[in-house]
Ligand binder design. Structure first.
Ligand code: CUK
Ligand code: CUA
Ligand code: CA
Length: 640
């Protein structure tokens, strides 16, 4: 197919209607007919890459027993989890449940996980749905430090922290005053204190604007709705402050010097319907001056909304016209931009145009110049705005000056050189900024490269999150998997090296060298205040109708082969796995009471449930642990 032909096939199949809102991309510039574009060698509609070629990079197909060379952390979308993929093989190794119950580990069943997830007064889960989009990790000196990963929950405006020593979610915070928490990014160092060269804050962008407070008044006046940008403390996971803005937030980026955070805005119109949201030719990327905002909070220049005690500073346009005192600045960006990404050299934020075929390059030093009164117009911080193709969404980097942007509508990744784009924008029309194009399958959303979000971007591998897989895998009925493609970016030309079906619906991901992590594979008993350190400390204690049953596990036995409770009791069962051997996990399931969870080596977990039916109940181990796994049982006697 020719380029227009491929566009017609893709667009009619996946995005009917959206094309009408797009700027035409046929100006004869580099974006329409680039060298190496989906040319004569382009595939038939049923697939195939525009590039032949075989990757010669090591690590792509680990042999049995070989480990991957990179970790990938993937958001799971509305499965509410985070996945760990070995890269570049694309093998899924683990799912980390966060916002949604998970049957494998008993997430949402154990008291410990329910406490993290949040419960109502009756002890039941506050929410059982989630929607994770963006996973990012904590930094030190511009690289990941292996402490934490963070992920957003778009549905219920929650942020989860994942400990990367154990690969578990240990904290979830619900952010007040907002809906549609979408973009998230940790800071990379402190904006003021030079000594703090690591992550202490996470920023959150709210996509949906709301009446403030959202208490039932003013619902029919969308022109008065507002969105907020939020700062969360990494250690306490408390919300530090919020910023009232004009327009909305989409994705979020932070600068390597810690001074700036920014969010793309596609709804500067404040529209409530999509036609209104795409009525303006330009929207914005809003920049936040973190040090000034935090000084304003210290000086008491804030208000609060409703029941929330969180200080909210004023970052609206009207209140921030004087650069010398401004807390925020709005750089104009074409039509409904989506991703904003920081280049690994620390110099630029790149905004992807979505409904505009362009990427906008904003120079951060110039943004700071504006805040210092040294640049008269904030839009002069734009150093390039170049055409790339239809539907640019997200950008990754190879650390050698090249950017890779997904083109959702064209189903391509375009590789382009940032310096050449700046030259082209500056008037040198001989500057060839498009380096290569690759057809992907199909409709890519996010992409990310190894180390792309760090100063150590190594330009080896690129993963592309294709939202549609269409014909790339065995058909399994109406629900298709997504296709995470892997691309060798070590050379001039991109080489597509693999398709990987993944369970819906990942959005974003990060990829980093395996050496950055040293995960622990066995817990410490001291991690758990309620650990039962000796089988002799187990047994049953009763306090009225509340019964506590404590037992330990050592393959292939539970320390209590049977235990007796009475109908109507509220039973709290605490189990410590005393096995110290790596990989020796036990399960504990009780028929008819919705109890099923696991205890990893040296872990303690507990459940609380009411026994309302007398009888014998065989408790058993669900997690294969031993030759006598099937014999690993206990009996719960419930007396009438
Ligand atoms: S969004 Cu999904 S493809 Cu939530 Cu990062 Cu762009
Ligand atoms: Cu213990 Cu299976
Ligand atoms: Ca818009």
């Amino acid at each position: 197919l020719t380029v227009p032909g491929r566009r017609r096939f893709l667009n009619s199949a996946a995005v009917a209607g959206l094309g009408a809102g797009l700027a035409a991309c046929n100006s004869g510039s580099q974006s329409a007919a680039p060298a190496g574009a989906a040319s004569g060698a382009a595939p038939a509609a049923s697939g195939g890459s525009g590039h032949a070629g075989t990757s010669s990079q090591p690590g792509l197909h680990p042999k049995p027993g070989e480990l991957d060379t990179y970790y990938g952390l993937w958001s799971g979308g509305h499965t509410g989890d985070v996945r760990v993929l070995g890269m570049p093989s694309g093998r899924e190794i683990l799912r980390i449940p966060c916002f949604v119950p998970d049957a494998l580990v008993g997430w949402g069943i154990t008291n410990e996980s329910k406490k993290v997830m949040g419960t109502k007064a009756d002890g039941s889960l506050r929410y059982t749905v989630g929607d994770t989009h963006h996973v990012h990790a904590s930094y030190k000196d511009g690289d990941y430090d292996g402490r934490y990963a963070f992920v957003n929950d778009k549905i219920n405006s929650r942020i989860a922290r994942i400990r990367l020593d154990y690969f578990v979610c240990d904290k979830i915070t619900e952010i007040p005053n907002i809906q549609g928490f979408h973009g998230i990014f940790p800071d990379k160092r402190d904006p003021v204190d030079e000594k703090i060269n690591y992550t202490t804050r996470v920023f959150a962008g709210a996509e949906f604007h709301l009446p403030l407070p959202n208490d039932g008044k003013g619902m029919d006046k969308p022109e008065t709705y507002r969105a907020l940008f939020t700062c969360i403390d990494v250690e306490t996971m408390n919300v530090r402050w919020q910023a009232l803005i004009d327009g909305n937030c989409d994705l979020v980026a932070t600068s390597y010097d810690g001074k700036l955070a920014a969010s793309n805005q596609y709804n500067t119109e404040g529209g409530a319907h999509f036609a209104e949201m795409m009525s303006a030719e330009r929207d914005a990327c809003v920049f936040f001056h973190i040090a000034r905002i935090e000084q304003a909070v210290k000086d008491g220049k804030f208000k609060t909304y409703g029941d929330s005690k969180v200080p909210v500073v004023d970052c609206t346009r009207k209140s921030n016209e004087d650069p010398k005192t401004a807390l925020a600045a709005y750089v104009s960006v074409p039509k409904n931009p989506h991703g904003v990404n920081a280049s690994p050299d620390g110099k630029y934020f790149i905004c992807s145009g979505k409904l505009s075929p362009t990427a906008t390059v904003i120079e951060l030093a110039k943004v700071l110049d504006w805040f210092d009164g040294k640049l008269d117009k904030i839009d002069k911080a734009i150093v390039a705005e170049v055409e790339l193709g239809l539907g640019p969404l997200h950008t990754a980097f190879d650390g050698r000056g090249n950017a890779f942007t997904t083109l959702f509508l064209d189903s391509q990744v375009v590789k382009w050189n940032v310096d050449a784009a700046i030259k082209f924008h500056g008037g040198d029309k001989t500057a060839k900024y498009v380096v290569d194009r690759l057809d992907v399958h199909y409709q890519p959303g996010h992409l990310n490269a190894s180390g792309s979000e760090t100063a150590k971007a190594d330009g080896k591998w690129l993963a592309v999150g294709c939202k549609f897989s269409k014909d790339r895998f065995l058909p399994v009925g109406p629900l298709h998997p997504e296709n995470e493609q892997i691309v060798d970016i070590s050379g001039e030309k991109m080489i597509l090296t693999g398709d990987h079906p993944v369970r819906g619906e990942p959005h974003d991901f990060i990829i980093f060298k395996r050496e950055l992590l040293r995960p622990k594979q066995v817990y410490s008993l001291d991690d758990f205040p309620n650990a039962i350190k000796d089988p002799k400390d187990g047994g049953i204690t009763r306090n009225g109708k509340k019964v506590t049953v404590k037992m330990t596990t050592q393959a292939p036995a539970y320390s209590l082969p049977e235990f007796t409770v009475k109908k109507g009791d509220e039973v709290t069962l605490i189990i410590t796995n005393l096995d110290k051997v790596e990989d020796l996990t036990h399960g504990f399931a009780i028929p008819k009471f919705n109890v099923n969870f696991i205890v990893n080596p040296q872990e303690t977990a507990s459940v609380t449930f009411v026994v309302d039916k007398p009888g014998v109940y065989w408790c058993y181990c669900t997690h294969f642990c031993h030759a006598l796994h099937l014999e690993m049982r206990s009996r719960m006697f419930v007396e009438a």
